[in-house]
Design a protein around this ligand. Structure first.
Ligand code: CP
Length: 477
């Protein structure tokens, strides 16, 4: 039996177990079979719809869903029309809106903003897209479409195409696919590869194996974005883990079940002033481009909106599924709202997914040693939010020390470490070490102090420790 979803938040796709995802799908089936029969289910409930970035599908399908369920909607579609424009923090906004509404759906340009709203609102919060971080309800629409069109979510082969760096939909989707045992082919636009912290998560959290491809980084002879990496689930049917490169190439030639196309996220390039790749070299996905064997059985997906990356003539191709993805957004969001609001309990009939332990219990790093999230778009770095948010990280590796921001999931690799315990108040023993010093491995997560420079370590009262690893702390210290 899946745990009740009533009262819960959906900030990342990992907030739902595989079984809970299947539970949402079972109710979405019911909702789409008889949309008008649920018109009293959420009567008396109010959904706050806060969209601080443009949206057509997500906002309108959530609002339509709440209306179809008999609930009411209060909404804001521009930050300039709220007191955020006067410098109010999103935490204060969340506290207030949480007293007006029974559930909050928020889209915000800052990564981690939805988590902050969830931390303060006191009512369930749904992330409708937080910067380039995640878009978990789009992933529900994508998985639902894959299940409908391919019959099952288990062991699929999916190619992710385009801007994998800033595309939040593919960040959520890659994690979900890995959990359902997929093989994932990464075909990024050069310079827009999947962020390393997402790739790391695939291997550390979901135990799969990543096969990097070191071929040319340009569009290939078939006009396709180059294959940058393949993720393989060990227990999956496409067992590539032990076969050589030639085997991987044969496997790639066999084709994929779906091609997931994304547009170049131009709005994020402008804000962060980075990118690196050539926006001009972005092949247009068309029936002609997909005429080869690799894509014969592949449904073509896209979260929409499309710009130039997907030909309009593709719409008549039976493989095109992007408008169905958008259409399915409403029953999916009806089901989700009803479950989070506690207006319906989920039925596990048809919910065969494993009770996947979606969140690993990493130790947390909360010390004030000057380490901050390196992501300029993270909520923790915004002026209005630094008054109350303190950087917080999961310690996902001790040797070397790797910290993951709990808000945006970007990683920090501190250069210097010390122990809060070894010196036991004795000044002479207060030593810091390079993070790659073997001694650093001996510091337990609850005692580790991380610094991004020697100056920061020295300012905290530590002296330089042995670089060779010969200086061993006293036994029992
Ligand atoms: N797929 C998606 O998020 O579309 P909108 O930006 O129109 O909501």
């Amino acid at each position: 039996m899946a745990a009740s979803l009533a009262g819960r938040d959906l900030i990342t796709i990992d907030d739902l177990s595989n079984r809970e995802i299947e539970t949402v799908f079972a109710l979405a089936d019911e909702m789409s079979a008889s949309v008008r029969e649920h018109s009293h289910l959420c009567q008396g409930m109010i959904m706050a719809s806060l969209f601080f970035e443009p949206s057509t599908r997500t906002r309108l399908s959530f609002e339509a869903a709440m209306n179809r369920l008999g609930g009411r909607v209060i909404s804001v579609a521009e930050m300039g029309n709220t007191s955020l424009a006067k410098g109010e923090s999103i935490a204060d906004m969340a506290r207030v809106v949480g007293t007006y509404a029974d559930i909050i759906v928020i889209r915000h340009p800052w990564e981690g903003a939805a988590k902050v709203v969830a931390d303060y609102a006191g009512v369930p919060v749904v992330n409708a897209g937080d910067g380039g971080h995640e878009h978990p309800t789009q992933t529900l629409c994508d998985l639902y479409t894959l299940k409908k069109e391919k019959g099952s979510l288990e062991g699929l082969k999916i190619a992710l195409w385009g801007d994998l760096k800033y595309g939040r939909t593919v960040h959520s989707l890659a994690c979900a696919l890995a959990r359902f045992g997929a093989t994932i082919h990464f075909r990024p636009s050069p310079g827009f590869e999947m962020p390393e912290h997402v790739l790391r998560k695939l291997t550390t959290e979901y135990s799969g194996r990543l096969e990097r491809q070191n071929g040319p980084k340009d569009v290939d002879q078939d006009g396709l974005f180059p294959l940058d990496a393949i993720y393989v689930t060990p227990s999956g049917p496409h067992q590539l883990a032990n076969i050589p490169a030639v085997g991987i190439q044969m496997e790639v030639e066999k084709g994929v079940d779906a091609l997931y196309v994304t547009r170049l996220q131009r709005e994020r390039l402008g804000k962060t002033q980075e990118g690196g790749g050539s926006a001009a070299a972005y092949p247009v996905v068309s029936s002609e481009l997909l005429k080869g064997r690799k894509f014969k059985e592949a449904i073509v997906m896209h979260p929409l909106p499309r710009v130039d990356e997907l030909a309009y003539e593709m719409d008549a191709d039976p493989r095109a599924m992007y408008f169905k993805q958008a259409e399915r957004g409403m029953p999916i969001r009806m089901a989700l709202l009803a479950l989070l609001l506690g207006c319906r309990e989920g039925s596990t009939t048809g919910a065969r997914g494993q009770e996947y332990a979606q969140k690993k219990g990493y130790p947390v790093y909360r010390r004030d040693t000057g380490i901050g999230c390196p992501n300029a778009n993270c909520v923790t770095g915004q002026e209005s939010e630094t008054r109350y948010i303190r950087p917080e990280f999961q310690i996902i590796s001790s040797a070397p020390l790797v910290l993951r921001c709990v808000y945006c999931e970007h990683e920090v690799h501190p250069q210097y470490v010390a122990s809060s315990k070894w010196h036991q108040g004795i000044l002479e023993k207060k030593r810091y070490y390079r993070a790659d010093n073997p001694l650093a491995r001996r510091i337990s997560p609850q005692n580790v102090l991380a610094f991004d420079s020697e100056a920061a370590a020295q300012a905290a009262g530590f002296k330089q420790g042995g670089r060779s690893g010969k200086r061993v702390p006293e036994k029992g210290a």
